[in-house]
Ligand binder design. Structure first.
Ligand code: FEO
Length: 401
């Protein structure tokens, strides 16, 4: 690909990763991703904002070469040190020999522990500081814990453009660069998936950063995340509003039943619970952890009002797929959920206690007694499962109005 000018003197020089399907080794990215980097040419100085994953170093160098010689770059801004944006940094430093590399205070700590930085001209830029390129000013705003301690945002007031590192990103490999050029429904889904699996634990921080940015009254007409499509015009407001909605975690009239099963008893219970929920006109997602990746489950959990989890008892515990799912879910700290548990057992029956402990550790409200079935569900226990679903459905309707 070639560099693409997105504003006068500002080029996209990043890389499109068409083949990425396992983002960072834990989250699905079925449509690939991009590592966005930008070249900003002022009247006196030129800056490269962010780099790319190490595998794409040559692509970055080639894209820059379409615009200018690497040696003519004066500054590198590293908004975020995670290796998908800094992997190419060591070779870029070698090739560019920058006058300065700007990092946040936490970015300095991170970069020094990732790379051999002896001799690098690192300069820490605290929140509120700025550097002139001549006709274009780089202003730096720390966005700590969105989603790493080192994240910062770079804003150019003359161009009303903000580079936000991971915030507002989506995993989508495209030839288009702008959000208004692609399928809206897909964009919204991928923005939501990214938030659910990467940003969700930091939702309270998202709200405070959004509040801070609103207070600063930055005039932004283009928002450039480090992954996926760029927002311009009205889409800037769309991106901010979407993040506020995700961060608030307002529950919707939806329940997710997540389960694992050995001989289908727990699965049959899950289906009976789903029927109870449907009888209350609640939208249901029935998700076996064998058939659904944990990142897809979390994409559904994010806006659900209820999470209902089931597993058979296995070796005095729960099945490993379910244990992994719950570990992942707890790490992402979903808020404002009702929970319920169910499971089958052969002889010892610890499953519901273990599942209850998991949901309580996530501070979920558990308004209904668990249902536990020995070996196979009966007509009576199917009724108990249906009742559980119905009661959870009623509780969801109370919450969601
Ligand atoms: Fe896209 Fe936190 O790296």
């Amino acid at each position: 690909m070639k560099a693409q000018e997105i504003k006068k003197g500002i080029h996209f020089v990043g890389a499109v990763d068409w083949n990425c399907r396992n983002f960072h080794g834990y989250s699905l990215s079925p449509k690939g991703t991009t590592y966005n980097a930008f070249l900003v040419q002022g009247g006196e100085k030129t800056a490269l904002i962010d780099t790319v994953k190490a595998d794409f170093t040559d692509t970055l160098a080639c894209n820059i070469a379409h615009v200018t010689e690497l040696e003519k770059i004066d500054y590198i801004v590293a908004n975020h040190i995670e290796p998908d944006h800094s992997g190419a940094l060591p070779r870029m430093v070698e090739m560019i020999k920058p006058e300065k590399i700007f990092v946040s205070p936490m970015g300095e700590r991170a970069v020094k522990t990732y790379y051999k930085t002896e001799g690098w001209p690192l300069e820490v830029v605290p929140s509120g500081s700025e550097i002139s390129l001549g006709g274009k000013t780089l202003q730096f705003v720390e966005t700590r814990m969105l989603h790493w301690p080192d994240n910062m945002l770079t804003y150019i007031p003359e161009d009303k453009i903000a580079f936000t590192s991971d915030a507002f990103g989506q995993n989508w490999a495209t030839s288009e660069r702008f959000a208004d050029q692609v399928c809206r429904a897909t964009l919204e889904q991928l923005l939501s998936d990214y938030y659910a699996n990467i940003v969700l634990p930091y939702s309270s921080k998202v709200i405070s950063v959004l509040d801070e940015l609103e207070k600063m009254n930055l005039d932004i007409d283009m928002l450039c995340p480090d992954h996926g499509l760029i927002y311009r015009g009205d889409d800037v407001r769309f991106a901010f509003d979407s993040y506020r909605k995700f961060a608030n975690q307002e529950p919707t009239r939806k329940a997710v039943i997540v389960f694992d099963t050995m001989w289908h008893s727990t699965e049959k219970m899950a289906k009976a619970i789903a029927s109870g929920l449907e009888s209350e006109e609640v939208s249901v997602r029935l998700m076996s952890v064998k058939q659904n990746h944990h990142s897809d489950v979390m994409s559904e959990v994010m806006d659900a009002a209820a999470v209902i989890v089931g597993s058979p008892t296995h070796n005095n515990g729960i099945l490993p797929g379910m244990a992994g799912m719950l570990t992942y879910m707890k790490g992402l700290r979903p808020q404002n959920k009702i929970g319920a548990v169910f499971g089958s057992f052969g002889w010892s029956g610890e499953c519901v206690k273990i599942l209850t402990d998991w949901l309580e550790s996530m501070k979920m409200e558990l308004p209904v007694e668990p249902v536990k079935v020995k070996n196979r569900p009966t007509h009576e226990t199917y009724g108990q499962c249906f009742d559980l679903g119905q009661k959870i459905g009623q509780a969801i309707k109370k919450r969601t109005g």
